[in-house]
Design a protein around this ligand. Structure first.
Ligand SMILES: Cc1cc2nc3c(=O)[nH]c(=O)nc-3n(C[C@H](O)[C@H](O)[C@H](O)COP(=O)(O)OP(=O)(O)OC[C@H]3O[C@@H](n4cnc5c(N)ncnc54)[C@H](O)[C@@H]3O)c2cc1C
Ligand SMILES: C[S@@+](CC[C@H](N)C(=O)[O-])C[C@H]1O[C@@H](n2cnc3c(N)ncnc32)[C@H](O)[C@@H]1O
Length: 640
């Protein structure tokens, strides 16, 4: 998907009228009040709160987030309802999001000050794509999709129970209400879904009917005689895309207790499942995820292609996750990270301006300005990722696994995976049953293949790269204020010491710490920040980065080991899936950036919840992508 830069909303505020958009020539809500309209038209028109009573999850899809009043009113109704659903997922698409200061101004006199304050505090950097904001300990989730509704709707994977159609008036904003947008709503409708809007425009009602809705009217509010209500009743039900999901599952097991396993286990437990995490070591994070400290940050690229978009979405989720972990006592720092740039400061700044990327995500600095930020002399310009930083991976894993609902099972080597009545059964190396559950997730790095190949799966093109980090625990001078990345990275540790990494050696299984590698890291320290480190007294750790040949991770439902005859193989999203079997691995050198978002993606797929990532980005990390590539390369279409 080609992204369009985000142009934040321009608002006109006045003392006696609701905020107005000069771009659309319309008010954000009627004079009668945004919350009154939200309750009457959008909640009432969709039969909420009543329709969510007793349900595990209710998904609302809104077109036009605007000031967020509909979200706040829905959240407020959820809070006040003793029969509320367990989880409320509010997905909202917005082309011109408000700047944080405008959002604060718009809610200055709100009747829901506590909720508005939480929304303003959580308001994210305004970048294209999906971002997930958690409230109420993640029982209420806001999936904000920033961009044009027509471009974004087809990239979302969700089944909505209620639609809030809240663009500006169709006469002033026909794009928002065009038939292809309304038709796309039908493709996202759960059985029994409803829709509501204050507009009774003929074209809108006709468009909804074409999309499979039965359209009705109800009494209006604030000078509007009538509003539109609709109920999804398609004449032909479309076949949903395969996802391997098990929406009714209440338990799962995860193999591997590194960053990947901990992230998925936590996302599943947050969704209410009982999760067993099976690990061959006595403690979690005993292998690659056990370093003292590691960095995380986003990515920028001239064409804003899938790699840049994936790492941006992941870095923003990582920032939210790691900030929370820091509040819970995990060592780390999220005050920004400098990444040295091979460009010159001016062309980097021009690129950011072209993509309209905001400074709370990334900014570009010439060498002198970057040096001032770093507090040490840098010889190159640098990107400042404002929400980047460092965190202790081992402590992050331990904290994630400490959540209610997670049971850590150490010193068990997973030896075999079998299908069973429950779904999946895991056996240990002696053949004893270790776990059974409807959902199984393989997050055991290079060990996943040994469990999958006996089931007929073809091994993935994976490579292990040895790496050694070096750290010095005595106070050092000079030291940077922020982590610095480039050819390797440098982290100022809280004890005054430094951590520097990391060496790279292909096909090297040597687990011993090498003095030559410490020397290599010392040279890296010099190149990155002009720091002459002490020669003696370095400690370190060795690990192996696991990466695929396209350097993107493996995250998602396993495709069937044997494709049915006649199966289309040209798109990963069409491939049939093993029911309830997922993987998350090959995080390469970016586990701290990728794990929080991809853990949520896998959990969403497993539970049939709205995906936190656009479909084309999920395709980019799909374990089935080599099946598609092989089919394209050989022209073998469909399966035979
Ligand atoms: C030197 C070095 C520096 C790095 N620096 C950074 C950095 O700064 N920032 C960053 O984001 N990333 C960094 N990385 C990468 C990061 O460490 C990895 O991306 C991440 O740790 C991978 O996590 P994982 O959970 O996939 O794998 P692992 O941490 O290896 O976890 C897999 C777990 O599965 C268990 N397991 C395997 N097979 C079985 C089995 N059959 N039964 C039971 N258990 C099993 C293992 O014991 C292990 O605990 C670095 C890596 C290296 C090597
Ligand atoms: C009436 S306001 C929404 C009010 C909002 N629901 C609330 O509760 O405050 C309409 C919103 O639709 C957005 N919008 C207009 N055209 C759009 C498009 N093509 N794609 C996505 N959003 C669009 C506008 O920027 C504006 O914020």
């Amino acid at each position: 998907m080609k992204t369009q830069p985000i142009a934040p909303a321009q608002l006109e505020f006045s003392a006696d009228a609701p905020p107005r958009s000069p771009l659309y020539g319309d008010l954000y809500h009627p004079q009668v009040g945004a919350l009154a309209q939200a309750r009457h038209v959008f909640l009432g028109g969709n039969g909420l709160p009543g329709r969510w009573a007793g349900r595990a999850r209710c998904v609302v899809l809104e077109a036009g987030f605007g000031l967020g009043n509909n979200f706040l009113a829905t959240w407020d109704a959820w809070r006040g309802d003793p029969a509320r659903c367990e989880r409320l997922v509010f997905v909202s698409i917005e082309r011109h999001p408000l700047r944080r200061e405008d959002l604060a101004r718009a809610h200055a006199g709100t009747a829901l000050p506590a909720l508005a304050a939480q929304l303003i505090a959580a308001w994210p950097p305004l970048v294209p794509g999906l971002q997930v904001l958690d409230f109420e300990g993640s029982a209420v989730q806001l999936l904000l999709a920033l961009g044009d509704v027509a471009a974004l709707l087809p990239t979302l994977r969700l089944q909505a129970d209620a639609f809030y159609l809240d663009g500006f008036a169709p006469a002033r904003n026909p794009e928002m209400w065009q038939p292809r947008v309304l038709k796309a709503l039908g493709r996202h409708a759960a059985p029994g879904a409803t829709a509501a809007t204050w507009s009774v425009a003929h074209a809108l009602r006709e468009g909804l009917q074409t999309a499979g809705f039965e359209v009705d009217t109800a009494s209006g509010i604030g000078g509007k005689r009538e509003i539109t209500r609709a109920r999804f009743a398609p004449r032909f039900a479309s076949t949903p895309l395969p996802n391997g999901g098990q929406p009714a599952a209440r338990s799962a097991f995860v193999v591997g207790a590194g960053l990947a396993g901990a992230a998925v286990a936590r996302a599943l437990a947050d969704a209410g499942l009982q999760v067993s995490v099976i690990e061959r070591h006595a403690e979690p994070a005993a292998e690659t995820s056990g370093n003292l400290a590691g960095i995380f940050h986003g990515s920028v690229h001239g064409d804003d292609g899938p790699y840049a978009r994936l790492f941006r979405a992941a870095a923003l989720q990582a920032e939210r996750s790691h900030r929370q972990a820091l509040r819970d006592g995990v060592p780390g720092c999220v005050d920004g990270l400098l990444r040295l740039s091979d460009g010159d400061g001016a062309s980097d700044a021009a690129l950011l301006q072209r993509q309209a990327l905001p400074a709370d995500y990334v900014s570009a600095h010439a060498a002198a300005a970057a040096s001032a930020l770093a507090g040490v002399p840098l010889s190159q310009p640098a990107w400042l990722y404002a929400g980047g930083g460092w965190v202790s991976p081992a402590a992050w894993v331990q904290r994630a696994l400490a959540a209610p609902g997670i049971r850590f099972v150490g010193e068990v080597q997973a030896g075999a995976l079998q299908r069973c009545a429950e779904g999946w059964r895991l056996l240990d190396a002696q053949g004893h049953v270790v776990a059974e559950a409807p959902i199984a997730v393989l997050a055991n790095a290079a060990g996943a293949g040994a469990l999958l190949i006996p089931l007929g799966h073809v091994p993935w093109p994976l490579r292990l790269t040895r790496g050694q980090v070096s750290h010095w625990s005595a106070p050092t001078q000079p030291r940077p204020r922020l982590p610095i990345a480039g050819d390797g990275y440098l982290i100022p540790l809280p004890d005054g010491g430094l951590l520097c990494g990391a060496t790279r050696q292909e096909d090297d299984a040597d687990a011993t710490l090498r003095p030559a590698d410490h020397q290599d890291n010392l040279r890296r320290l010099q190149r990155l920040a002009g720091i002459q480190g002490p020669d003696q007294g370095w400690q370190g750790r060795v690990g192996w980065r696991l990466a695929t040949d396209d350097r993107l991770p493996l995250a998602g439902a396993l495709p069937l080991a044997h494709m049915p005859t006649g199966q289309r193989l040209d798109q990963a999203r069409l491939l049939p899936r093993e029911s309830g079997l997922f993987m998350l691995t090959a995080l390469g050198a970016r586990g701290l950036t990728l794990a929080p978002l991809l853990g949520r993606l896998v959990a969403a797929q497993a539970l049939g919840a709205p995906w936190p990532l656009e479909q084309d980005l999920a395709d980019a990390v799909d374990p089935g992508r080599w099946i598609v590539r092989a089919a394209r390369a050989t022209g073998r279409q469909p399966a035979d």
